[in-house]
Design a protein around this ligand. Structure first.
Ligand code: WT7
Length: 717
């Protein structure tokens, strides 16, 4: 009653739910019948057809393999390591680690002393042993949807060897760091692989990032070379890229070691040069520094097309990737040659397992500047000899994902909840796209609402695909929690069970491991080959992952484990909002968001609180009186915003029995998101507080939406 009065006084009578609040009796009746939540917990079995041919075909199969991987991880991964080429075998222990900073330095080592080269494994091994030379490795599509280009494994090998020779000729040696900052193109992949071929560490920064963002990473990585492009294809035109590099190097001042830049001429790299012509001569429209800058295409002509791989130690660094991060200085996550290779390849093999499909075509919409692109556009698919689809532009444009799945007969698709929600919002009444080639559809990056999950499975996945909700992080190198197609019964919105060799635990605030169904902090107890080995130049930041709960790798995420042992990720600890429902139930931001997303006019929603957080960033009081809803309405919304808000309040009251009204519902034309599609809740909090101290805002992809959001919120308050 108190909540109802409060709601009345805040909103006025006319905004109250039309149906009124359920009475205690009605509420109890509702408790008696299976709620939607219960139904959602009923697992959905993978299609029988899939189970016939996937690597892991049943839960018995999964359980026994998983048990083996935990009981003797060394032996488990030693067997898997036999699927790869090692020039020399490991010396000493197969795996060693310490996760407890109180005992000594934290470290992880897999197969130290063994030598290999990741490019030998994805080129020579596929070409010689699996006879894949003439099959397509890369299938590229430009931003205009017209330019396309296909590269076979044989051709890729030639390109990689040439580029490797070019780097060598310019003095790049093993251990050097090379920055790659360019649009998503074939050359971008070739540049990465060329670095790996010669033992240089590649560091890909998202090609749309600002010069400031790039400059910070040039300084942090101490890279000696930059591989870039003149332009990127964008919105039917061209966007200058090299200009940003020059600006970044200027910003670095004396604080950089960059000796040379190789510039890919992006204009007309496809089969047709359909690009609008640049005004003036090409060279003159690109800032140039003689003696430092070289054209990629010219240099590639000068070198040989054979290049022996550099044999690297399994524990040598392969790549540095900067996390999408929020505040403070850049955090360069280091992954290694051996462990990362085994893990990216093995997770790809099992998680995107399409059964006995002859031509496997994988389409992951992520940019190569994020770990998703590194592991599941490049290394995972190529190590498995699969065709990987590479898109230059924004995957959200028009109905591009669907048309590309059709155009390239994609068998596995991997994208984000944001892209899925967007497809859903723009799909009209289409109930099933009949994308018959698809077998597995995946999601990553944020928790996915059950309604979005169901739409993805039925409309994109044609009701027969396995949906893999993959939970992982830049730091984990590859999937750590995920269903396996053909084996794991799925639950909408659940990342289900750990991958082989991954040992999760759920801890209370004081670090006690819980058993059975529970909710708390998600940690891992033991190492897997793909986990990061360090943070570039900042050992204390690496240790900090193990300090909160000594002996465990702490993800920073909260999760809920159910009676079947399935894990549901609840988001970052600092984003936590608790909202009380009737009868002592407490809901979190995701429960509320999932409910509101069911409104037909709502495309996107985020719930935040401005309650104070403690020094670990966790909000303890929860959003009891102080929580805010941000909604983005669909363009096709039929109702007036105020009416929709009334509906939303009504939905909270009737579906969740949440009677503590939000302090405000804000209508946003867009929610601020990172380049990797994550909603920036930290900025939404700033919007509510009208705090213009935004921290590192170069991570915001849609920066333009922010001033408007600030203005709107100020006007409301
Ligand atoms: C954070 C890691 C993993 C590659 C892309 C992002 C969140 C990731 C899921 C998922 C719920 C997820 C977590 C995690 N996250 N996948 N399936 N369900 N949340 O990499 O930028 O390092 O972000 O993304 O909060 O910690 P990242």
């Amino acid at each position: 009653q108190k909540a109802e009065d409060k709601l009345k006084s805040q909103l006025g009578e006319e905004h109250l739910p039309k149906q009124g609040f359920p009475s205690e009796e009605e509420y109890e009746q509702k408790q008696g019948c299976p709620s939607e939540q219960d139904q959602e917990d009923l697992p959905i079995s993978p299609s029988a057809e899939m189970s016939l041919t996937t690597h892991v075909s049943s839960m018995d199969d999964y359980n026994s393999t998983y048990r083996r991987s935990i009981e003797d991880p060394g032996e488990f991964w030693r067997e898997i390591s036999e699927e790869f080429h090692w020039e020399t075998g490991p010396k000493g222990k197969f795996v060693e680690h310490n996760f407890d900073p109180n005992v000594g330095d934290v470290f992880v080592r897999w197969m130290p002393g063994a030598t290999t080269n990741i490019t030998y494994n994805l080129l020579e091994k596929n070409i010689r042993e699996k006879c894949l030379g003439s099959s397509t490795a890369l299938q590229w599509q430009g931003d205009d949807d017209v330019e396309t280009r296909e590269v076979t494994y044989d051709h890729l090998k030639t390109l990689v060897c040439r580029a490797a020779n070019m780097l060598k000729a310019k003095g790049i040696r093993r251990g050097d760091r090379v920055m790659i900052y360019m649009p998503q193109t074939i050359e971008q992949v070739v540049a990465m692989l060329a670095c790996a071929r010669v033992g240089a560490v590649h560091c890909v920064v998202y090609g749309g990032a600002t010069a400031e963002y790039l400059a910070d990473r040039v300084k942090d990585s101490k890279c000696t070379a930059i591989i870039t492009a003149d332009f990127a294809g964008k919105d039917g035109g061209r966007q200058p890229v090299k200009t940003e590099v020059d600006r970044a190097l200027k910003l670095c001042g004396r604080e950089h070691f960059v000796r040379f830049c190789v510039v890919v001429r992006r204009v007309g790299v496809g089969d047709q040069d359909t690009w609008p012509k640049a005004t003036g001569s090409q060279e003159s429209s690109v800032p140039w520094c003689d003696g430092r800058d070289y054209w990629w295409q010219e240099e590639m002509e000068r070198v040989d097309d054979e290049c022996e791989p550099e044999w690297m130690d399994a524990e040598d660094p392969l790549l540095i990737l900067y996390t999408s991060g929020s505040t403070g200085s850049p955090k360069g996550v280091i992954h290694t040659v051996g462990g990362y290779m085994m893990y990216a390849a093995t997770t790809f093999k099992y998680v995107f397992d399409c059964g006995n499909v002859t031509n496997k075509v994988h389409f992951c919409t992520a940019d190569l500047g994020w770990v998703t692109g590194q592991s599941y556009v490049v290394y995972g698919p190529l190590l498995n000899g699969v065709t990987t689809v590479l898109l230059e532009g924004d995957p959200l444009k028009a109905n591009r994902i669907v048309s590309m799945v059709r155009r390239y007969s994609v068998t596995s698709l991997y994208t984000t909840p944001t892209a899925i929600r967007h497809m859903k919002a723009t799909s009209g009444s289409e109930a099933n796209y009949k994308l018959d080639t698809l077998r597995v559809v995946g999601t990553v990056g944020e928790p996915i609402a059950t309604s979005t999950w169901r739409w993805y499975r039925s409309t994109i996945g044609g009701d027969h695909c396995s949906v893999v909700d993959t939970y992982w992080q830049t730091e984990t190198g590859g999937h750590v929690m995920t269903p396996l197609p053909g084996a794991t019964p799925m639950k909408p919105g659940s990342a289900t069970l750990p991958f082989f060799g991954v040992e999760p635990a759920v801890l209370t605030d004081d670090g006690t491991e819980m058993v059975g169904p529970c909710e708390g902090h998600l940690v891992f107890k033991s190492p897997w080959p793909g986990m990061m080995r360090g943070i570039n130049g900042k050992p204390e930041k690496f240790t900090s992952y193990f300090q909160q709960f000594p002996g465990y790798y702490y993800t920073g995420d909260r999760c809920r484990r159910d009676g079947d042992g399935y894990y549901r990720i609840l988001g970052r600890r600092e984003d936590r909002v608790s909202i009380p429902g009737a009868m002592g139930q407490v809901f979190n931001q995701l429960d509320v968001e999932a409910t509101l997303l069911q409104h037909p006019d709502v495309e996107d929603v985020a719930v935040v609180t401005t309650d104070p957080t403690d020094d670990t960033g966790e909000c303890h009081s929860g959003g009891y009186d102080n929580w805010y809803i941000f909604v983005t309405l669909r363009q096709t919304a039929c109702l007036h915003a105020q009416t929709i808000f009334t509906n939303l309040r009504e939905m909270l009251a009737t579906s969740l029995h949440v009677f503590t009204p939000p302090s405000h519902i804000h209508c946003a034309s867009e929610l601020p998101r990172t380049w990797s599609d994550k909603v920036l809740r930290r900025l939404l909090r700033k919007v509510v507080l009208n705090d213009l101290d935004l921290g590192d805002f170069h991570v915001v992809a849609n920066l333009k939406s922010l001033p408007k959001l600030f203005r709107q919120c100020r006007d409301m308050q």
